[in-house]
Design a protein around this ligand. Structure first.
Ligand code: GSH
Length: 219
């Protein structure tokens, strides 16, 4: 059985959308970040960085953290969502890393300074929002020549999409980025994606027992 420790956030959805796309059985362990469940001794044994998502595979006895690595683990294990030929494979990795090292950190900081930081720091807001928008423009340009980032739909699309789709929360516009908008809409319509972003329900909506407890069985 694959176990996924996650929350209703962009990095968490990357894991659950991938699992839904693969159509495999898995168990969800919902981690309540506002309650600090990512800092418990038990959780830190799985991910010393204290962040979701984390995967544990009973079959291989492997635990994997960092959402990009986790997606790649699943794609490799099940032989789907990552191109098999060399060029496509590296394009997929390239756009996955683009999200991991670019969109994720920049948009994440944009959200922090827009919504959570105790002080108003206009320069920081501007810096992270402009950088996020610039990265969106890079995606838009790529998507003017291809339907999906690595040619066929892959984990690279899932990773970037889970962040870009929350652009309003970061107050970053996608205006004028028609290719990006088309891609956002196409992926949003996939039933697997619709299911994946509904897991787990946002913290506070599930009963404490379910959130802390051993699992919600999704499939
Ligand atoms: N690079 C990590 C980032 C993971 C991450 O930042 N997760 C956030 C949720 S999206 C988290 O666990 N936050 C909890 C905290 O900041 O304490 C990954 O891609 O897995």
């Amino acid at each position: 059985m694959i176990h996924i420790y996650t929350s209703a956030t962009p990095n968490g959805w990357k894991a659950t959308v991938t699992l839904e796309e693969l159509e495999i059985p898995y168990k969800v362990h919902a981690i309540d970040l506002s309650e600090g469940e990512q800092h418990t001794e038990e959780f830190l044994k799985m991910n010393p960085n204290g962040r979701i998502p984390v995967l544990h595979d009973d079959e291989t006895e492997m635990t994997v953290f960092e959402s990009g690595a986790l997606m790649l683990y699943l794609a490799k294990k099940y032989g789907k969502l990552v191109p098999k030929e060399e060029r496509g494979y590296w394009q997929c990795l390239q756009w996955l890393m683009f999200q991991m090292g670019g969109i994720g950190p920049m948009q994440g900081q944009a959200v922090v300074f827009e919504r959570y930081f105790s002080k108003d720091v206009p320069e920081a807001k501007l810096r992270y929002k402009n950088e996020t928008r610039r990265l969106y423009e890079v995606l838009d340009k790529r998507l003017s020549t291809v339907d999906f980032l690595a040619g066929d739909y892959s984990i690279a699309d899932i990773a970037n999409w889970c962040w870009v789709k929350t652009h309003r929360w970061a107050r970053v516009s996608v205006e004028g980025l028609e290719n990006l908008q088309r891609w956002i809409g196409t992926i949003a319509e996939r039933p697997q994606v619709v299911r994946g972003i509904a897991i787990p329900p946002p913290a506070g909506t599930a009963s404490k027992q379910v959130r802390m407890g051993s699992a919600i069985t999704s499939k």
